[in-house]
Design a protein. Sequence first.
Length: 54
Amino acid sequence: MASAKQKNAARRNIKKAAAAARKKRTIAHLPKSVRTALGKQGAKMARRKRKASS
């Protein structure tokens, strides 16, 4: 299990990576498997977020 500090660091890293990807369109150049995994992870989090709000 990751510590709170690690979770916060991971969130920061993801935000930074997302910003860089939007700027550079890095995602478009990633392998298909990585893009799929990112999409699945995003969908998973969206599902969890919806479940939490209801």
